[in-house]
Design a protein around this ligand. Structure first.
Ligand code: IPD
Ligand code: CA
Ligand code: CA
Length: 262
């Protein structure tokens, strides 16, 4: 019952945030950089994060709320609940007017992902999951792609860090080998929405190795509740820590994916 209140609140806030993002998309907005010239932030990211985090804190005053643009290095509390908010996942796409970005809100309670919401405001696609209750797209249940059992048939997706300080981590991946092993490889520019696409079977597998908890909290639950598998790149259970590595898939290709990345 409580989880349902959490989910409903997250959905309402994600949709309100999405309305603002949709209105401002393609217009003029203030912008700047964070860790370097490629690590972009806009006034829309900040405006929308304020809306979501203020709403969550007002409704759940005992919860920890961690948002990307106000990150102070907070840790998930051992007891209680922590919200991870990425107000606009895919900021570079938003700035360049590439129509692929989303709002991502995830909740972890006692160290377990509990609720996940990913909202694509341009397509009005709302992905939701509650622990133990499955994944839904606009209210209809979805599953990962259970038809593709081999990496050779998989459409994979990955991403690249905008913080160039972590660019060297890409060197650990043999892209030539991965591309040769799968059907094809994409990089669409929004980790949360890419995970949502795995949950509904549009993509088969995903990996990235310098993500933050707000990039993956919601999307990981979407994938798991849709029958898929999520681990770090060594095959261990995913821990929501900073600069994490992640592999997510329909489950069937997971071991092959990890092997090809190792
Ligand atoms: C980024 C996106 C992108 C991923 C980057 C993230 P942001 O998040 O999820 O797909 O490759 O590593 O930083 O900055 O657009 O919220
Ligand atoms: Ca992000
Ligand atoms: Ca963001």
């Amino acid at each position: 019952m409580e989880n349902t209140v959490y989910l409903e609140t997250a959905v309402t806030l994600a949709q309100q945030a999405g309305d603002i993002i949709r209105e401002r998309y393609g217009g003029n907005f203030g912008r700047g950089c964070k860790s370097g010239p490629s690590d972009l932030v806009t006034e829309v990211d900040r405006q929308v994060e304020d809306l979501i985090t203020t709403g969550l804190r007002a409704k759940f005053p005992s919860h920890t709320v961690i948002g990307e643009e106000n990150d102070k290095g907070d840790r998930e509390q051992g007891e209680g609940c922590t919200w991870y908010v990425d107000p606009l996942d895919g900021t570079t796409n938003f700035v360049y007017s590439v129509p692929f970005f989303c709002v991502s809100i995830g909740l972890s309670c006692l160290g377990r992902l509990t609720v996940g919401v990913v909202y694509d405001p341009l397509r009005s696609e709302l992905f939701t999951a509650e622990s133990g209750r499955g994944t839904f797209l606009n209210g209809r249940p979805v599953r990962v792609d259970e038809t593709r059992k081999n990496l050779s048939d998989a459409l994979l997706v990955t991403g690249y860090p905008s913080d160039k300080n972590y660019g060297e981590r890409l060197a650990g991946i043999n892209y030539q080998r991965v591309i040769a092993s799968c059907s094809n490889l994409r990089a669409l520019g929004s980790a949360a929405l890419e995970l949502a696409y795995i949950s509904c079977g549009r993509l088969t597998g995903f990996w990235e190795n310098t993500l933050m908890p707000w990039d993956v909290a919601a999307g990981s639950l979407l994938v798991e509740e849709a029958g898929g598998r999520v681990t770090d790149l060594s095959g261990n259970p995913l821990a929501l820590r900073r600069y994490l590595s992640i592999a997510a898939s329909n489950g069937l290709i997971h071991n092959e994916l990890l092997q090809s990345l190792s």
